[in-house]
Design a protein around this ligand. Structure first.
Ligand code: GLU
Length: 430
């Protein structure tokens, strides 16, 4: 007689703190699975990753000495297609974080209905302390170690925190050297000249804006009347803020890792970003107050877009969040404990697995273009992205209404339902 794995697992994860992103993912997964009445066999398969790979990566440093770095690739699910997801470089990367991010990729791809599973990679390193040559050797050896596990039909990496087009070009080249021919579809987020897609760099920020465009309609707002606060000035926050500024939104605050700037009348975003690029900080920027990231998150606004990292909105500050719409550009910026508080406050949440799915959507377009060997115009890419984001946003809202649940729960339910259906149709090779 088998025990009820769902009940056992739920007990095991009860009372965990707010720091572990994998626990946060599991808490939402369990709730959604329970509401869906998910079959226990499917539940047991879907709540764990398919594969966790840990690699020790020797790198010849510029000093001539060898340093060994720890790296991971977690492949969460393949039910709907090759695994897909970025690679991050940071000193505080953990396996549990990568596991959570890999699962979020599975749910994200299912929410926007692209034919991928989920994966994520990470290397524990401090890229700011490393030379370009060291980073290249680190990336190439990491890619070489993964050669049997990645591939256009297996697992397709992309950029994430502290990795970029150059990183992808090195991975593409390393993989191609081993394959003895050029394999562009092995990674997405490549330089356009090497088989990248036009519009990929801006895709996450643009997808976020498309979601916000839809959400503000629910509040009778127009871009000109909408005050937006953005945490983060990188690929998601910086580009998102810029695109929203161009669209006519009033972006009143933006930050980087050390702090942010605030002007209730609205910021000149191109000027602010130029200042931060030049000075490596927003501090000292004229025409605005310099504030902390905590202060920024608590500003009164219409749209708050956390676009930096995990665990920014927790039980500690959720009751002080003062927005109408929370648009999660980052992966996992809100903890489950904070979810409850935001729900009680009536804040409309565009959950991360939809809000930041523009990146992987255009990654999918890039993969398609690479495999066709035929490339689309930028306006075609943006148009197709808009179609996907708007349709997914509306589908999610309808699902939430139909099942009388909040949008976060609805997003998980929708994703789990799609992955479960495909897993069931394929059958479990057990
Ligand atoms: N790293 C991005 C994400 O978290 C993009 C992943 C991809 O394009 O595969 O969604």
């Amino acid at each position: 007689m088998r025990a009820n794995p769902m009940a056992d697992e739920m007990r095991r994860f009860k009372g965990t703190d707010e720091k572990n992103p994998f626990d946060a993912m599991i808490e939402r997964f369990d709730r959604a699975a329970q509401l869906l009445g998910l079959d226990p066999d499917l539940y047991a398969v879907m709540r764990v990753p398919s594969r966790e790979i840990k690699i020790y990566i020797p790198v010849k440093m510029d000093s001539g000495r060898i340093e060994v770095f720890e790296g991971y690739r977690v492949q969460h699910n393949f039910a709907r297609g090759p695994a897909k997801g970025g690679i991050r470089y940071a000193p505080d990367v953990t396996l549990d974080e990568i596991k959570a991010l890999a699962a979020w990729m599975t749910w994200k791809c299912a929410v926007v209905n692209v034919p991928f599973g989920g994966a994520k990679g990470g290397i524990v390193c401090d890229p700011r302390q490393m030379s370009e040559g060291e980073l290249e050797r680190l990336t190439r050896r990491y890619a070489a170690e993964l050669i049997d596990f990645i591939g256009p039909d297996r697992d397709v990496p992309a950029p994430d925190m502290n990795t970029d087009e150059q990183t992808m070009a090195w991975i593409m080249d390393t993989y191609s050297m081993h394959a003895r021919h050029t394999v562009t579809a092995i990674v997405t987020g490549k330089p356009v000249a090497l088989g990248g897609s036009l519009g990929r760099r801006e895709a996450t920020g643009r997808g976020l804006m498309f979601c916000i465009d839809e959400a503000i309609k629910k509040f009778g707002l127009t871009p000109e009347k909408t005050r937006v606060v953005v945490q983060g000035a990188g690929n998601v926050g910086g580009i998102g803020a810029l695109l929203m500024h161009e669209r006519g939104y009033k972006v009143i605050a933006i930050s980087d890792i050390s702090g942010g700037i605030y002007n209730p009348k609205g910021l000149d975003i191109p000027k602010a970003l130029e200042y931060s690029r030049k000075h490596k900080t927003f501090e000292g920027y004229p025409d605005a107050d310099y504030i902390t990231n905590q202060e920024l998150l608590e500003l009164e606004c219409d749209v708050l877009a956390p676009c930096a990292t995990e665990n920014q909105i927790t039980s500690q500050n959720a009751h002080r969040i003062n927005c109408k719409i929370l648009a999660e550009g980052a992966n996992g910026p809100t903890t489950p404990k904070a979810d409850k508080v935001l729900y009680e406050k009536g804040i409309f949440v565009i959950p991360d697995i939809l809000a930041n799915a523009g990146g992987v959507t255009v990654s999918y377009f890039e993969w398609v273009q690479d495999r066709m060997g035929y490339f689309w115009r930028e306006d075609e890419v943006n148009e197709r992205l808009k179609d996907k984001m708007v349709a997914s946003f509306n589908e999610l809202c309808q699902f939430a209404e139909k099942h009388k649940v909040d949008t976060r729960t609805a997003a998980y339910m929708l994703a789990i339902d799609r992955v479960a259906y495909d897993t069931k149709m394929r059958g479990i090779y057990a």
